[in-house]
Design a protein around this ligand. Structure first.
Ligand code: NAP
Length: 341
């Protein structure tokens, strides 16, 4: 058992890629749970593209992390001390944004308990049944409104959100074409996840490949990337296409303004609907999404993969994997071991 609380503190706002010195690992005293509080030991820390946005002071959907603050991050952990009714030592909990640290103290606000004995691995609650899974579920089904027989394109297809989007679209009877950055990723989403096709954007001209793989045009574009990939997709959208705008990862490390899509006119010509969304807006409906996704998981219709890096000390370097494309599936840091079953 650790006697200190290691914390990654934001020291300066990154310019471009995150570099040494933007974050510092400090050793703070291990906190105690006060009256009406629980002490949670972090087991998994979620690394997300949006971490880079939170480190900046751009206009965003939450307040930026302040200089000197512990880096914000989604976590899953185990209760080590409890002075709060309804929580026992050993409970597995998702405290929402526990942060890049070994321990979190909480008064229970926003903390959800993972029921014991479900037989579902804990990493599922940080991926397919967690916020990224819900992003795929609500973004695709509520905003994308896919119908059987339609063509759905998803970028960052072998990532946490994209790999789930494609599978849900297959469950709904669509033709699914992924776009990803390696042959290994493309092989995984086609051979293991059942996508109809996948384009390696680092090897092929995306527009030409989309013409080949989407002979009936594109009805739904689940957008994770932006930039040139978005432009290629916009070129081929059908009338009344829906575009859930989930992310623009190709621009998160950019310095200064980035140009908008050159094919923006097709939104007009094709009467398309683009809708940005942030998953926290669907928080109150998570139980609904988790119930259906849990069912698909149990039936073997949905698969997930986690890419787990060991040690809190590796977090900033591991975050880079999202921007270099090294991760396959949901990127997590194992901060401490899961309790023995
Ligand atoms: N709106 C929301 O509430 C919400 C919630 C969660 C995530 N998101 C967004 O969803 C997207 C995916 O997030 P995730 O957590 O699932 O991450 P992820 O897809 O697991 O990882 C990011 C992937 O993006 C790809 N990528 C990185 N830089 C790129 C570039 N310049 N051009 C093309 N592809 C690039 C890489 O794959 P390749 O090898 O294929 O390049 C990388 O593996 C992100 O844009 C994220 O911000 C939004």
């Amino acid at each position: 058992m650790r006697n200190s609380n290691r914390q990654w503190v934001l020291r300066q706002r990154p310019e471009g890629d995150i570099s040494d010195g933007d974050l510092e690992l400090v050793d703070a005293p291990k906190p105690e749970a006060g009256d009406g509080e629980i002490l949670i030991r972090t087991i998994y820390l979620s690394l997300d593209p949006t971490n880079r946005i939170w480190m900046s002071d751009m206009d965003q959907y939450m307040p930026p992390v302040e200089i000197g603050d512990v880096m914000r991050g989604g976590t899953l952990g185990v209760v080590e001390q409890s002075n709060l009714d309804g929580f026992d030592v050993g409970d597995i909990v998702v405290p929402g944004l526990g942060g890049w640290q070994d321990y979190t103290v909480s008064d229970g606000t926003g903390v959800s308990k993972i029921p014991a004995g479900l037989g579902i691995p804990l990493d599922a609650f940080m991926s397919v049944l967690g916020a990224t899974g819900m992003t795929a579920y609500f973004g695709l089904l509520e905003i994308g409104q896919p119908k059987a027989g339609e063509t759905v394109v998803v970028s960052a297809a072998a990532g946490a959100v994209g790999s789930t989007v494609g599978q849900i679209a297959k469950i709904k009877g669509c033709r699914v074409v992924g776009i990803a950055g390696s042959d290994e990723k493309c092989k995984w989403v086609v051979d293991d996840l059942g996508f109809d096709a996948c384009i390696n954007y680092k090897k092929e001209n995306v527009l030409e490949a989309l013409r080949r793989e989407c002979p009936n045009g594109i009805d739904v574009n689940f957008e994770n990337v932006g930039g040139e990939i978005l432009d290629a997709v916009l070129t081929l959208i059908n009338d009344n296409a829906r575009i859930p705008l989930c992310g623009l990862i190709s621009t998160y490390n950019a310095e200064g303004d980035v140009p908008g899509p050159y094919m923006f006119r097709n939104i007009l010509m094709k009467r398309a609907r683009v809708e940005g969304f942030i998953i926290i807006d669907f928080l109150e409906r998570f139980a609904e999404g988790q119930a259906e996704m849990g069912q698909w998981l149990a039936e073997g219709k949905l698969k997930y993969r986690t890419d787990i890096v060991d040690g809190l000390e590796t977090a900033p370097k591991a975050l880079d994997r999202l921007f270099t494309g090294e991760n396959i599936g949901k990127l997590l840091v194992r901060v401490s071991d899961e309790p023995a079953a």
